[in-house]
Design a protein around this ligand. Structure first.
Ligand code: ZN
Length: 284
């Protein structure tokens, strides 16, 4: 099943993307795809509604904005340097445990929304990542139990301002949290449709030129390990998002570095999950 949300920013309405490509409004049946939805068995109810042919559900206006497929999460937890070649290009040590950092949830954004260059920014960079959406509260879960806490997967771009991240003292969070730096979408694909989350190709193109091109099997710590690991340190709530790290090919890793500029067109995709397509613009 593929969950989508539509409507103006901050007012996401729930919908579904059917196998035949139609987008159906589910807002008469469901309030939103938020913590309560996942916690109260909303996915099962939605599945039943879809299996009945979405009674009462109208097609979504094709011109409607598509938002992020779940409501703004309580937190976005990111895994740093989780692909060997990326860890090398960033000049870091190879991690022996998952490196974690947080991204402000106010950076939450839709799959086709503009990416805003923050005031004072000089080094905007892209990072395509497999996003994991939590379906069931996870606190201290074992690796064996971890996957039963996952609702599904989506495409995520961990936009990063490298000067904010690296040149202002500790904590990467500074470079990761500006408005629009956390786009996800175009849909949430439930786990039953993703046979192996470690078997997916993922890529980034900038103005049509391929920059990142890799496989999720190259993660140092896979989805199962990461969900279990994070849940040792904090409670993952339904609807929370984990960004599982990016492969090599980021702008900072190039010689000389190639950062994003106003007017650039960025496409981040994952096989079977879809693509983000975004324009980079300057904050006014
Ligand atoms: Zn990242």
């Amino acid at each position: 099943m593929r969950l989508i949300r539509f409507g103006e920013e901050g007012r996401g309405e729930p919908g579904v993307l059917l196998e035949d490509g139609r987008k159906i409004d589910a807002s008469d049946e469901f309030f939103d795809y938020d913590e309560g939805f996942f916690a109260m068995g909303g996915l099962d109810s939605l599945r039943e509604w879809v299996s009945q042919g979405c009674p009462g559900g109208l097609e979504i206006d094709p011109g409607a904005r598509i938002g992020p497929p779940v409501a703004r999460p309580s937190k976005i937890v990111c895994v740093g340097q989780n692909y060997l070649e990326h860890a090398k290009e960033m000049g870091g040590e190879i991690p022996t445990e998952p490196v974690l950092f947080m991204k402000a949830s106010s950076a939450w954004s839709g799959p086709n929304d503009d990416v805003l260059i923050p005031k004072g920014a000089r080094k905007l960079d892209y990072e395509v990542e497999l996003a994991v959406v939590i379906g069931k509260t996870a606190s201290g879960v074992s690796e064996k139990e971890a996957m039963s806490h996952v609702a599904g997967y989506s495409v995520f771009c961990d936009y990063s301002e490298r000067a904010f991240q690296k040149d202002h003292g500790g904590q990467w969070t500074k470079g990761k949290s500006a408005d629009t730096f956390a786009p996800m979408g175009p849909c949430l694909v439930t786990t039953d449709e993703v046979a192996d989350p470690q078997g997916l190709r993922l890529w980034t193109k900038v103005n049509g030129e391929i920059r990142q091109n890799s496989w999720t099997k190259d993660m140092l710590f896979g989805v199962r390990d990461v969900v279990s690991y994070i849940s040792r340190f904090m409670t993952l709530l339904p609807g929370d998002v984990i960004a599982t790290g990016t492969p090599s090919g980021v702008g900072m890793g190039m010689n000389p570095p190639r950062y994003l500029q106003a007017g650039d067109f960025v496409e981040c995709g994952i096989e079977g999950l879809g693509e983000l397509t975004q324009r980079v613009v300057v904050t006014r």
